[in-house]
Design a binder for this molecule. Structure first.
Ligand code: DX5
Ligand code: ZN
Length: 219
């Protein structure tokens, strides 16, 4: 079994001091930081872009797990790579040619992530699985933090675990949306090895992020 890693989403952090918030996550033992990029088009919300990521990356030492909810995504991959993303995750519906976008991410020597919305089927990405480093399973419809976890997506996690074994592949399985201390266990049992969490990490237990990260990690 792969080691369980925690990728806190800064969507729930204090946006007026994001640099300090990332430092706090590093000190609390976060494995990476999840950056939600939204364009008001692919999803009905707007967040941050490359200049902010670049500024934050300069003073951070943990990997940046950048989740691009933007369309068309292809022409922006370079900007996020330059800004310092370590993992670049895209949605297959947001690009005209997934192969070209995967190649582009690899060109910049970044890890390739592909995200599946709750209603998106594995079939859409099946033939690309051997080129993907990470599959991000959305357990809410992307766009906002603080939504309710959709347990039915765990079936896709289990299916991916089976495919990975059968085809002798090695991609990570990350889950994103509505993760809390109860469903984190279900997700880990299903085969997830990276948990994204915004609300639970930043708001539970009076914002004790170290405690919340440790609790999420322990099955
Ligand atoms: C949703 C984002 C998630 C979300 C996670 O579009 O991709 O990363 O902010 O936040 P919580 O944990 O609050 O659901
Ligand atoms: Zn996300």
């Amino acid at each position: 079994m792969k080691k369980i890693q925690i990728s806190p989403s800064i969507l729930s952090a204090n946006f007026s001091k994001l640099g300090d918030e990332i430092k706090r996550l590093e000190d609390a033992g976060a494995d990476m930081v999840h950056v939600d990029v939204m364009d008001g088009h692919f999803v009905p919300n707007l967040t941050i872009g490359p200049p902010v990521i670049k500024a934050l990356k300069k003073n951070s030492s943990i990997p940046f797990d950048v989740h691009l909810m933007i369309s068309p995504v292809h022409k922006y991959i370079e900007a996020y790579a330059d800004a310092g993303a370590d993992i670049i995750t895209i949605h297959p519906e947001a690009t005209e040619n997934l192969q070209n976008s995967i190649d582009k991410i690899k060109e910049f020597k970044k890890k390739v992530g592909v995200s599946l919305n709750p209603e998106t089927k594995i079939n859409l990405i099946r033939k690309f699985l051997d080129q993907i480093d990470l599959i991000l399973i959305m357990s809410v419809n992307p766009g906002f933090g603080g939504q309710k976890f959709m347990p039915e997506v765990l079936n896709k996690v289990k299916e991916l675990v089976d495919i990975r074994k059968e085809k002798n592949l090695n991609f990570d399985i990350e889950i994103d949306g509505g993760i809390n201390f109860e469903n984190s266990k279900l997700a880990i049992e299903a085969g997830v090895n990276i948990l994204v969490s915004g609300t639970t990490i930043f708001k539970s237990n009076d914002g004790d992020i170290k405690k919340n990260i440790d609790l999420l990690r322990s099955l």
